[in-house]
Design a protein around this ligand. Structure first.
Ligand code: NAD
Ligand code: UD1
Length: 339
């Protein structure tokens, strides 16, 4: 299939491109590079051994850019990653998040249908479950109250796509609810490259390990969890990427609306991750306990059975693989894609 990949220069997009090409698909990327670098696409091209990944630098809110793309290429489906994703920034700049994520996706969906491409895979998040009613979380678990505008954009966009699919059954919509993607391609040439101080756990750990930050702050050790620190379902980004390839097979069959959790089904605490990292890499991660972070929940992990049963997909990598590959990327590229 020929796939339009929005946000393909980013962390998950770049890894998904590798798996798409490995599975025999081709792709065209549209990305405005607001949180990424075109260098990632050059490295993807090297990994998959092609001269280049077709790329248009542009914003998905720009209808003309999208129309030009759909006029130049025929797409069988779109994998839609483009969006802003920093939770705390979304609290400070809600309009920017609603504009980018909502307007961008609404424009994309409209242009897609006008050009007769009605197959979409959407990057959603476990954040739509809010403080989950049941653990492990199945797709039947009701959606909850999001604690920030970023989360609401995911929740509302899911609703938009569900309603559009219900009104027009030519649409095939796959909503993928990611748990906590970490790790990097085993080559160590592509990975997560956050701007400024990382918000998320693993990039913070790797920056401490590489000497860029003195210590990790552990946000709270008084949660109702085995060691008091927050428990999450970390998933290797390569496994996550392969989940998209599996979802494409579903779309090809004319699947209508489908929703899947993409996680491993295992929960690890913050201190579990620190210890797994130290074991996998031999590098010490100094840390100290800090107050809880606003909006955090104690425990969040998936039941990934549905994706296994319907997509034939199961995560293959374990927490030590994730730590080892995150570290390989960080240690080989201490400044990310910046030279
Ligand atoms: P990322 O920031 O690395 O990638 C997003 C890409 O989209 C970037 O390359 C950015 O430049 C691009 N982009 C943003 N707005 C755009 C616009 N208006 N037009 C064109 N390009 C635009 O993030 P990621 O971690 O790769 O996440 C990809 C998607 O998955 C996002 O939608 C994110 O919300 C979602 N998601 C991520 C996580 C996670 O932990 N990384 C978890 C759940 C969901
Ligand atoms: C966060 C977002 C979520 C988003 C996801 C991926 C919040 C409340 N949730 O999830 O919406 O989909 O990122 O982008 O921000 N931790 C520390 N020290 C740190 C960083 C994190 O102790 O420096 C802890 C957190 O308290 C948490 C765990 O590590 O218990 C994981 O945190 P993080 O990587 O930010 O992911 P989530 O909070 O699960």
């Amino acid at each position: 299939m020929n796939i339009l990949v929005t946000g393909g220069a980013g962390f998950i997009g770049s890894h998904t491109l590798v798996e798409l090409y490995a599975a025999g698909h081709t792709a065209v990327v549209v990305d405005n590079l607001c949180n990424s670098s075109a260098e990632s696409l050059r490295r993807v091209a090297k990994i998959v051994n092609v001269s280049e990944i077709p790329f248009v630098k542009g914003d998905i809110r720009d209808r003309d850019t999208l129309n030009a793309l759909f006029s130049e290429y025929t797409f069988d489906a779109c994998i839609h990653f483009a969006g802003l994703k920093a939770v705390s920034e979304s609290v400070v700049k809600p309009w920017e998040y609603y504009d980018n994520n909502m307007s961008g996706t609404l424009t994309l969906l409209d242009v897609m249908r006008q050009h007769g491409c009605k197959n979409i895979i959407f990057s959603s998040s476990a954040t739509v479950y809010g403080d989950p009613a049941v653990i492990p979380i199945t797709e039947k678990c009701p959606k909850g109250q999001c604690s920030n505008p970023y989360g609401w954009t995911k929740s509302m966009l899911e609703q938009v796509m569900m309603d559009m699919q219900r009104a027009d059954n030519e649409w095939n919509v796959v909503l993928l609810r990611y748990f906590n993607p970490i790790g990097a391609h085993p080559s160590g040439t592509i990975g997560e490259d956050p701007n400024g101080i990382p918000n998320n756990l693993m990039p913070y750990i790797t920056q401490v390990a590489v000497g860029k930050r003195p210590e990790l702050g552990v946000f709270g050790n008084d949660y109702d969890t085995p060691d008091g620190t927050g428990v999450r379902d970390y998933i290797h980004v390569v496994d996550l990427a392969r989940g998209h390839v599996a979802a494409l097979r579903k779309v090809e069959q004319g699947s209508g609306l489908s929703i899947y959790n993409l996680g491993t089904g295992r929960g690890y605490s913050v201190l579990d991750v620190v210890h797994a990292f130290e074991k996998a890499t031999g590098v010490k991660v100094p840390y100290s306990i800090k107050p809880r972070r606003l909006g955090d929940i104690a425990t969040c992990y998936s039941n990934p059975q549905k994706a296994h049963d319907e997509l034939g997909w199961t995560a293959q990598y374990d927490i030590e693989d994730m730590c080892r590959d995150s570290w390989r990327w960080q240690s080989q590229n201490p400044d990310g894609y910046r030279k």
